[in-house]
Design a protein around this ligand. Structure first.
Ligand SMILES: Cc1cc2nc3c(=O)[nH]c(=O)nc-3n(C[C@H](O)[C@H](O)[C@H](O)COP(=O)(O)O)c2cc1C
Length: 198
């Protein structure tokens, strides 16, 4: 176990980003799957699991892939604020992020990701039924690998790349010696940090 009792806010900030980066770079990191909360169109909170796909510490951006037809995209178009949480149950660490999501319209970026994705993943975007459509059975929503293979309906238009610009990070670490919680407010030229009561 690392000795974190004397860790500074700067060191904690570094560790926090390393955790997030592990979500993309390490297989089965606790930070690969995050829970993302949005404001529902009915005003109620909505939450779901999503895979962290890219982390840019320099730009303060976390990126995700989703179906453009999904509820979350409609919600984010209406109100782009988003909250994310993930935790490492072995290290007893929780990271929360608050930010603003933008739907990437940069074709070069979208194409590059699309072309490097696994066929199995891309298949999901080819589903004719938008996520949330009622179906008679689960099978009725499945897409066969051979279906819709024409270049015009390869699902690309349903592929949505979401970039979340992080405004605030909240770090919580539970420890026998005493819990530690820090908040980081991020802006273009850096961040402000402080310890707060857990
Ligand atoms: C392990 C796991 C990983 C998931 N990853 C994603 C993801 O990366 N992107 C995504 O849109 N949905 C992902 N989902 C599905 C979402 O949790 C959610 O059910 C779906 O996107 C519909 O959400 P919405 O109706 O709120 O838009 C994942 C689900 C699980 C169980």
């Amino acid at each position: 176990m690392s000795d974190t009792a004397s860790e500074s806010l700067t060191e904690t900030y570094d560790r926090l980003w390393s955790c997030l980066e592990s979500g993309v770079n390490v297989q089965r990191s606790p930070f690969t799957m995050l829970q993302a909360a949005t404001l529902g169109v009915d005003g109620a909170p909505k939450v779901r699991t999503i895979v962290l796909r890219q982390v840019s510490r320099a730009d303060r951006v976390l990126s995700f892939h989703t179906d453009a037809r999904s509820e979350k995209v409609a919600e984010l178009r209406r109100d782009p604020r988003i909250a994310l949480v993930a935790n490492d149950l072995d290290a007893l660490v929780q990271i929360r992020a608050e930010g603003v999501a933008s739907i990437c319209d940069d074709e070069a970026q979208r194409r590059a990701i699309w072309q490097s994705s696994r066929p199995h993943t891309l298949l999901l975007y080819r589903a004719p039924l938008p996520p949330g459509t009622p179906v008679a059975s689960p099978e009725a929503a499945h897409v066969a690998a051979s279906e819709g293979a024409a270049p015009t309906d390869d699902g690309y238009e349903n592929f949505c790349l979401l970039h979340v610009t992080v405004k605030r990070l909240d770090w919580l670490e539970l420890a026998r010696a005493g819990h530690r919680r820090a908040v980081f407010d991020l802006h273009e030229s850096g961040y402000e940090s402080r310890w707060i009561a857990p």
